[in-house]
Ligand binder design. Structure first.
Ligand code: ATP
Ligand code: MG
Length: 361
């Protein structure tokens, strides 16, 4: 299950609450986050999460009235570490492996290749899936990135490895020979003398070692792409009921459909409920509060009513644009969601009785 959506709408919160709900119901679940802000770790009450799944102590949930019948595992993806593991896996021998891992160009590249974070996220999912250890994998996608990066990350990376740049480097004549004119060679020579860095050598070692691994990379990227499109995969689009995220959700949904990816439903998070108070404050309340305070309360109530009406309009727009999709609503909480208790509340709206009511409505 991939939780996607625009920045700050509650992807991490939703991923954690969904994973927690499925685990409470008896499944063995792993929730994978890429959030460097450690929001997931924090809300689960942990200092940090590693690159390998870690079982969350069920006691943590029992304390907050959540009976954990299954297991919740969590990990925070380290893109660089996952890339390294991939090299370890694909390298034909230990010499090549060490050559690549210690290579200056590799070190830069593994951090910089466009989409490498998204790619490694899915590569990790692929491994977790292949391990057969878990009933459900929930992926929280990176903050404030274009959610669409996820869809074409495998393709983009394959494109990079099969692209002209890499092929040029891999020509038998070698990098130093044909591609660079004599002048550039001299420049590299000076660079080496001045800085002690043999860039040319780094480059050719890197691409030579990489040459043997390209097929492995491409095969991996293809399998990862297939995993995303697998009917067992579900994309959940998370959004807030505001104008811009709603438009992005509609756009993302269209892209999902065009890419043939499985869409599961929508989670609209932080929805304002209309205040029960309608119009004027009751006389006794005005007496109790005094004119000034009562005036402010009335203003607040009006503002909240306006927000609730706006949210409702945007949700209606979303429903009709997506042809009445499966949709769950999570209300705006007074507090933000930063601990197990907060997650337990959100879970109520995703799994519990409240979710049943909402979806019936
Ligand atoms: N229903 C809610 N009510 C109140 N606050 C919420 C609710 N859901 C999420 N929040 C708060 O909103 C903030 C953003 O949530 P979250 O980190 O889950 O979003 P995100 O989509 O993962 O953001 P990013 O794109 O930065 O990764 C957090 O401070 C979280 O506690
Ligand atoms: Mg997040």
């Amino acid at each position: 299950m991939v939780c996607a959506g625009s920045g700050g709408v509650g992807k991490t919160t939703t991923a954690a609450a969904l994973a927690m709900g499925a685990a409470a119901d008896g499944a063995k679940v792993a929730v994978v986050t890429i959030d460097p802000a450690r929001r997931l770790a924090n809300s689960l009450g942990l200092e940090e999460l590693g690159n390998e799944p870690r079982l969350i102590d069920p006691e943590r949930f029992t304390e907050h009235g959540v009976d954990m019948r299954g297991e919740l595992w969590a990990l925070m993806l380290d893109a660089k570490r996952t890339f390294d593991e991939l090299i370890e896996h694909l390298a034909p021998d230990t010499r090549t492996r060490d050559e690549v891992l210690s290579n200056r160009i590799y070190k830069q590249l593994s951090n910089a290749v466009a989409g490498s974070q998204e790619f490694t996220a899915i590569a990790k999912l692929y491994d977790l899936d292949a391990s057969g250890e878990f009933d459900l994998l929930v992926l929280d996608t990176p903050p404030s990135r274009n959610a669409l990066d996820f869809l074409d990350a495998p393709e983009r990376l394959t494109g990079f490895f099969q692209g002209r740049a890499v092929k040029v480097f891999l020509r038998p004549a070698g990098f130093g020979g044909r591609i660079l004119g004599k002048g550039t060679g001299v420049a590299f020579g000076i660079l080496r003398r001045v800085t002690g860095v043999d860039l040319l050598n780094d480059l050719s070692v890197f691409f030579r070692a990489l040459g043997g691994m390209i097929d492995g990379f491409v095969a991996r990227a293809e399998r990862v792409g297939a995993l995303l499109a697998d009917p067992g995969t579900t994309f959940l689009i998370v959004t807030s009921p505001r104008h811009d995220p709603v438009e992005e959700a509609i756009f993302f949904h269209r892209k999902l459909r065009e890419a043939g990816m499985p869409f599961g439903g929508l989670v609209v998070n932080r929805v304002h409920a209309a205040p029960e108070l309608d119009g004027e404050l009751p006389g006794e309340l005005v007496e109790e509060l005094g004119e000034t305070l009562a005036g402010r309360v009335a203003t607040s109530a009006r503002e909240l009513a306006a927000l609730a009406a706006r949210d409702e309009r945007n949700i209606d727009h979303l429903r009709s644009s997506l042809d009445d999709p499966p949709l769950l609503v999570v209300p705006e909480r007074q507090d933000d969601v930063h601990d197990v208790e907060g997650l337990a509340h959100v879970r109520e709206h995703l799994w519990g009785a409240a979710a049943m009511q909402d979806s019936a409505a």
